[in-house]
Design a protein around this ligand. Structure first.
Ligand SMILES: C[S@@+](CC[C@H](N)C(=O)[O-])C[C@H]1O[C@@H](n2cnc3c(N)ncnc32)[C@H](O)[C@@H]1O
Length: 385
């Protein structure tokens, strides 16, 4: 089962996440004789056998390439067919660590939806754990079941049940569920919470997380949790931010002096350049006036045109009339040392320090996460009471 067990070399029957392009990934079961067709060419499954996960594979005609990636819940989340809104990795990873879910945990999830989070749970629980996932929409439930089957999860640790948990609860005939973690991604989790007492662990603390997009839903969820005796109730939201790491040039006082001198030199250059241009326009000989063009009866050149022409000609300065080279503009843009050049980030001739900056596009939250814990009350033996 490749979604939670890693291997190096691809064999027939394995699952491969085919990376076709930045926006396009496709999960394939390696089947001899089959071919993937992409706009970059076609790729034979037979040639995948024996390659390593992570390898690049060239198209059958010798052009175009794809990457053969190991399937993971994270890659599945960004490539799965959406049937519903889904939980993304920033939230799922936080929920899993916050509910202390690990190998051997017993998790209750509703609804399954597009089974994005289901894959992350299943990978984390390993073959000693158990995941009970519920979905009341029949078509979605069947689609999810087929996927979980294909990805080998049903065989290892996952049970999917077609059920309205708000109405009919979570119990499954013949199963002792004993959940130690609960995740509810439902429109009305407060109606499902009262059913949980029949299926959560009586031996150990159970953590719950309810995933709701609106604060009004959070209000009702908190009220239901309190009513049912859950404690440590806390609502959080996860804000994903990408950080950019880069180098910043280290400058000292002598650099500042150089920079000021450079600014002064450029100012002088400007004044000198303008003086030369003015001098030329004063000494230029004006062209004689031209009257009408005989063909189209419009002036070939007006006085105004001539004025413009003489100005532009006067700007074409002969080499002998150009400002001295030390006054010529040697470059534009950021110029930290007044050398008239751009300095490439990390150029080894200068000193640099490592800095980080937040990218401007901040990926914000998708839902509020309400956490709580249920601590089982141990019954005292009659005689001790
Ligand atoms: C937002 S989706 C869940 C997405 C899922 N967490 C994922 O990551 O792919 C919510 C799902 O809950 C299901 N649902 C809503 N009410 C339900 C109920 N009472 N019992 C079971 N499933 C329910 C919906 O059909 C829907 O598929």
């Amino acid at each position: 089962m490749l979604f939670y067990r890693y291997k190096d070399v691809i064999e027939e029957g394995d699952i491969v996440m085919v990376y076709i392009g930045r926006q396009q990934m496709k999960l394939v079961n390696v089947t001899l004789g089959e071919v993937i067709n992409t706009r970059y060419g076609h790729f034979e499954h037979d040639k995948m056998v024996g390659k390593k996960y992570g390898d690049q594979m060239v198209g059958a005609k010798g052009y175009g390439f794809i990457y053969l990636l190991h399937p993971t819940p994270e890659l599945w989340t960004v490539s799965l067919p959406h049937r519903t809104q889904i939980v993304y990795t920033p939230d799922s990873s936080y929920v899993i660590q916050r509910l202390n879910i690990g190998p051997g945990s017993r998790v209750i999830e509703a609804g399954t939806g597009s089974a994005s989070f289901t894959h992350s749970f299943a990978r984390t629980l390993g073959d000693q754990g158990k995941l009970f996932t519920y979905e009341f929409h029949e078509v979605r439930c069947n689609e999810a079941r087929k996927e979980l089957e294909r990805h080998g999860l049903l065989a290892v640790n996952t049970t999917i049940t077609h059920r309205d948990v708000c109405q009919d609860g979570f119990e499954i005939q013949g199963e002792d569920i004993r959940g130690d973690a609960v995740f509810l991604d439902l429109p009305a989790p407060w109606t499902a919470i009262p059913h949980l007492k029949h299926v959560i662990s009586k031996e150990m603390a159970t953590g719950i997380c309810c995933f709701s997009p609106c604060i009004e839903q959070v209000d009702k969820t908190v009220a239901a949790l309190q009513e049912e005796g859950w404690t440590d109730i806390e609502m959080v939201e996860v804000m994903g931010r990408r950080w950019e790491a880069r180098k910043d040039m280290v400058r000292d006082i002598s650099d500042v002096v150089k920079r000021l001198k450079d600014i002064q030199a450029r100012k002088t250059q400007g004044i000198e350049g303008r003086r030369v241009v003015k001098l030329q326009s004063e000494t230029a000989t004006p062209e004689p006036n031209v009257s009408y063009d005989s063909g189209n009866k419009r002036p070939a050149s007006t006085e105004e045109d001539q004025q413009k022409q003489s100005e532009s000609e006067s700007k074409e300065v002969s080499p002998s009339q150009q400002p001295p080279s030390k006054f010529q503009n040697l470059g534009k843009g950021f110029n930290p040392f007044g050398k008239g050049i751009r300095v490439r980030e990390g150029d080894e001739s200068y000193a640099w320090t490592q800095v980080t900056k937040i990218e401007s596009d901040v990926k914000s939250h998708t839902s509020y996460l309400t956490f709580a814990r249920n601590i089982p009350t141990k019954k005292q033996p009659e005689e001790n009471v």
